[in-house]
Ligand binder design. Sequence first.
Ligand code: HEM
Length: 245
Amino acid sequence: MPGTMSSAWSARGELAQGLSGLLLVLFVWAHMFFESSILLGKEAMYWVTGLFEGKHIFGQPYPWLVSFIAVIILLLVVMHAALAMNKFPAGFRQQRALYRHTGRMRHTDTSLWVVQAVSGFLLFFLIPVHLYTMIVEPANIGPYASADRVWSGRYWVLYALLLLTVHVHAAAGIYRLLMKWAPPRRGALINRARARRIALGAACFFILLGAASLIAYMKIGADHADRAGERYHPATAQAPLALKE
Ligand code: HEM
């Protein structure tokens, strides 16, 4: 029964795409909190960097742990994108037909589908650049190393584009997942309007948090530009205080 077989596969593909998308969104949201530790100061970001290198557990840093996580994330991104591309032509036809039939009624959801397809396409180019850097230079993360990359390495352009695109894509994805797995019913906890508010709220919050962190990295990078490449050492940073004593 080829029809049944292919619909079983497409149901599995649908589930895998939703699940990989959900994992990626949760990763990116958590990542925004860790990476925004720079807003609490250089010392806080230095501590978070050590955490991901296993320094607080093993006593010394193992930057390859960061590369390992980044490879897993890259594989998830590739899988998610491949599944999305697979259903793109049919999805596009479906959305167009739906729009033609229902006119204005579903207009927002159809536009949202287009927003998600376009942002997903852009992310396909933006994410690998960032992940490649994290995979090949895992030891080059920290208050000065990151700020130097952002400012002196001009990565702020990539990050500003990535920040906007990924949070628009993630919010649209969360809205669609909520609509799919918790379909709006009368009296349901999540209705269409509430799902929209959750998605919009998350996008605004993370874009603002990311923009504030990016500005913090840019400022530190600009102040440190003449010493770009020099690493942050808490002991050195505290030296002037120690001298005063
Ligand atoms: C294991 C994988 C990842 C690691 C270790 C990582 C690490 C970092 C670090 C340390 C920064 C600060 C700047 C720098 O050092 O260059 C940063 C910035 C950023 N990352 Fe990631 N990242 C990862 C994956 C991702 C993914 C998958 C996305 C999005 C799809 C992403 C989106 C961003 C954005 C938007 C910024 C700029 C943040 C801002 O504007 O404040 N990252 N990342």
